[in-house]
Design a binder for this molecule. Structure first.
Ligand code: DGY
Length: 322
């Protein structure tokens, strides 16, 4: 007999097909991901042993308490897990897993795309072309900032931060970073560690955010941090919107302190602060850092692998705690 699963998020067709082949699966039919209420109800109706979801589901204490006792494992198809109340899950005895490793490269690619687009005015140039161009652009007009030879600061030197650093090195950038812990030299690859985040900022022509969201990083990019950056710096965020004080960022972008920003994540999603859409010096994307066919399949498959392992009585592959 197949194990019973509620697949509560809109997933790629290959992932849905595999979920249906390997599990007795109830699948979210949209138009959106299942809400907390919908997923707990579906789990109860289906006597599910597992739930699979993404970061749109706040798996908070109330939702965890609302899950039927049959549910033994919850798998988020994401590396971030700030949407999960880990303490409540542990107390309930629910195994919770995420999908680290499989989305590193594509998320760093997206970060580099935003960095380059913000520095070289990619979105503005694209808009000019769509409007028909048709006028002389002088050699002093619409200038970007040079990337090569500059310094990038990386906040959060985990897998994705390291992959961003690798890409930046390919563009002849110098890398400095701040993380909770210093990396061993083999992983640092010449990057300069700053134990003090604020001491790093004056060096950063570019600042790329890869730290997890949480009390220690909430609004870490505030007016003070932005003021410490060199004038005309560029901010890139493919991490979490909660890292940024968006009023302070808006002020830094409109005052000319920042040259620009590339933003994939926002404090409130999907209803983000649309003041940013009115700024020419901002490149925006809708939280799609990992969004390639290959990577979204790999994330979904990894979540299914985790569920299968736990329901087979084996240790989870990617448990949130040991
Ligand atoms: C992640 O994996 O955490 C991405 O941000 C998608 O949620």
């Amino acid at each position: 007999m197949k194990s019973r699963l509620v697949l509560g998020a809109l997933m790629p067709t290959d992932v849905i097909a595999r979920a249906k082949a390997e599990f007795d699966a109830i699948v979210s039919e949209g138009p959106g991901d299942m809400t907390a209420r919908e997923i707990t109800r579906a789990a109860a109706d289906h006597e599910a042993e597992a739930i699979m979801f993404v970061n749109t589901l706040p798996l908070d204490a109330a939702t965890i308490a609302g899950l039927p006792p049959s549910v033994r494992v919850g798998a988020t198809s994401s590396v971030g897990y700030d949407h999960i109340d880990v303490a409540a899950a542990r107390a309930r005895g629910l195994v919770v897993t995420n999908t680290p490793g499989v989305l590193t490269e594509c998320t760093a690619d997206h970060g580099m795309m935003l960095l380059l687009a913000a520095a070289r005015r990619g979105a503005e140039y694209d808009r000019i072309m769509r409007q028909g161009w048709g006028y002389r652009i002088g050699q002093g007009d619409l200038l970007g900032v040079r990337v090569s030879g500059k310094t990038i600061g990386i906040l959060g030197m985990g897998r994705i931060g390291q992959a961003m650093a690798q890409r930046a090195r390919g563009f002849d950038m110098r890398v400095v970073y701040h993380s909770r812990k210093r990396l061993p030299p083999a992983l640092e690859q010449g990057a300069t560690y700053f134990a003090d985040f604020h001491a790093m900022l004056p060096h950063c022509h570019f600042l790329s955010l890869h730290a997890p969201a949480g009390p220690a990083t909430d609004k870490i990019i505030d007016a003070r941090a932005l003021a410490l950056l060199p004038d005309k710096a560029v901010l890139v965020n493919v991490g979490r919107g909660a890292l940024v004080d968006e009023d302070a960022l808006y002020n830094a972008l409109t005052s000319g302190k920042l040259f620009g920003a590339g933003l994939d994540v926002f404090r409130t999603e999907p209803n983000y602060d649309t003041r940013f859409a009115g700024l020419d010096n901002v490149v925006l994307s809708p939280h799609v850092g990992s969004s390639t066919r290959e990577t979204r399949n790999a994330m979904g498959f990894r979540a299914l692998d985790n569920i299968a392992a736990v329901l087979a009585g084996q240790p989870a592959i990617d448990p949130l705690w040991h």
